[in-house]
Write a protein that binds this ligand. Structure first.
Ligand code: MLT
Length: 255
C-alpha cells in the first residue's frame, strides 16, 4: 500500500486526485467541526470555496433546514449562522440540518478532492475510525492537508503522520511511503507525544487563542473523542454510514 502526502492543497491539480482515496486533514478546525456536527446529528455539510457560492447554494435549498457555517480569519462570516468552532455545532443547533460550509483552507482541500474515489475527513478526534476505513479498503491513498493559506501547518502534518504511524505499525500491510509521508511520520514521532502542546505552539493555534478560541485547541487536540467518519458523496460530506445508504443531496457543484 503506497501513501502519498500533500502538505497543502494549493499546488495540487484536482485531476491528479481523480479516482484516488483521499484523506483530507484540517485539524484546526474544519475536520474537527465537521466530525462534531455530523456526530451531533447534522444531516450533511456542503463544502464551498467562496462565501458567495455558499450563499448561492443555501438560497437554492429549503429555508428552515439549511444553515450557513464557516469562517474567514477564524471568525464567523457576516450573515452566517455558525462559525467554525466545533463547540458551536451542538445537537440543538445542527440536528437534521444541511450546513453549507465555507472555511479558508479546509473547504478548499475538500473541494479539490471532489473527483476522488473516496474522500474522508480526518482530525485527531476521529483518526482511529478513519484509519479503520483505510485499512478496510486496503488500497493506496493520499493525505491532503489543508495547511494555512498555501503554507505548511504542523498540526495537519502531525495528524497525517499519526495516520501513517498506525499503518506502519500494522503488520497486515506492505507499506510504501512517499518522501512526504515519511516526513509526516517523522514529525509525528517528534511532536505526537504531546499533541495539545504541539497545537498550542502552532501558528494557527496561537492565532486562534489570540482571537478568543483557546478552548477549541483542547477540543481539536483530543484523540478519538468523535468517532465518526465524514465521507464525501457527490458534493456533500455526510456520515459514512449515511453515504453508504446512497442518499445524495441534489446540489450544484460547489467550487
Ligand atoms: C480553515 O479551513 O482554514 C480553518 O478551519 C480555519 C479555522 O480555524 O477556522
Amino acid at each position: 500500500m503506497r501513501v502519498e502526502m500533500h502538505f497543502t492543497p494549493h499546488q495540487v491539480d484536482e485531476m491528479s486526485l481523480h479516482d484516488n482515496t483521499i484523506v483530507v486533514v484540517d485539524v484546526l478546525r474544519a475536520s474537527t467541526t465537521i466530525a462534531t456536527g455530523l456526530c451531533n446529528g447534522a444531516r450533511e455539510f456542503i463544502p464551498t470555496t467562496t462565501v458567495e457560492s455558499a450563499v448561492k447554494i443555501s438560497g437554492n435549498l429549503f429555508g428552515g433546514v439549511v444553515l450557513l457555517g464557516g469562517e474567514r480569519n477564524g471568525r464567523m462570516i457576516e450573515g452566517f449562522h455558525l462559525g467554525n468552532s466545533p463547540v458551536e455545532y451542538s445537537g440543538e443547533k445542527v440536528k437534521g440540518k444541511t450546513i453549507v460550509f465555507s472555511s479558508t483552507n479546509g473547504s478548499m482541500a475538500m473541494v479539490k478532492a471532489r473527483y476522488a474515489r473516496e474522500m474522508f475527513v480526518c482530525g485527531f478526534v476521529n483518526i482511529s475510525v478513519v484509519y479503520d476505513c483505510i485499512k478496510e479498503l486496503g488500497a493506496d491513498f493520499t493525505v491532503l492537508c489543508a495547511g494555512k493559506n498555501g503554507m505548511f501547518s504542523i498540526e495537519d502534518s502531525v495528524c497525517a503522520g499519526m495516520l501513517v504511524h498506525k499503518l506502519v505499525s500494522d503488520s497486515s500491510f506492505d507499506v510504501e511511503l512517499s518522501d512526504g509521508a515519511l516526513a509526516a511520520l517523522t514529525l509525528y514521532k517528534s511532536f505526537g507525544k504531546n499533541i495539545q502542546k504541539m497545537i498550542k505552539g502552532s501558528e494557527h493555534g496561537k492565532y486562534l487563542a489570540e482571537i478568543g478560541f483557546g478552548e477549541d485547541l483542547k477540543v481539536c487536540a483530543s484523540v478519538d473523542t468523535v468517532p465518526v467518519v465524514p465521507q464525501l458523496v457527490g458534493n456533500v460530506v455526510k456520515l459514512k454510514r449515511d453515504a453508504e445508504s446512497n442518499e445524495v443531496a441534489k446540489v450544484p457543484v460547489s467550487s
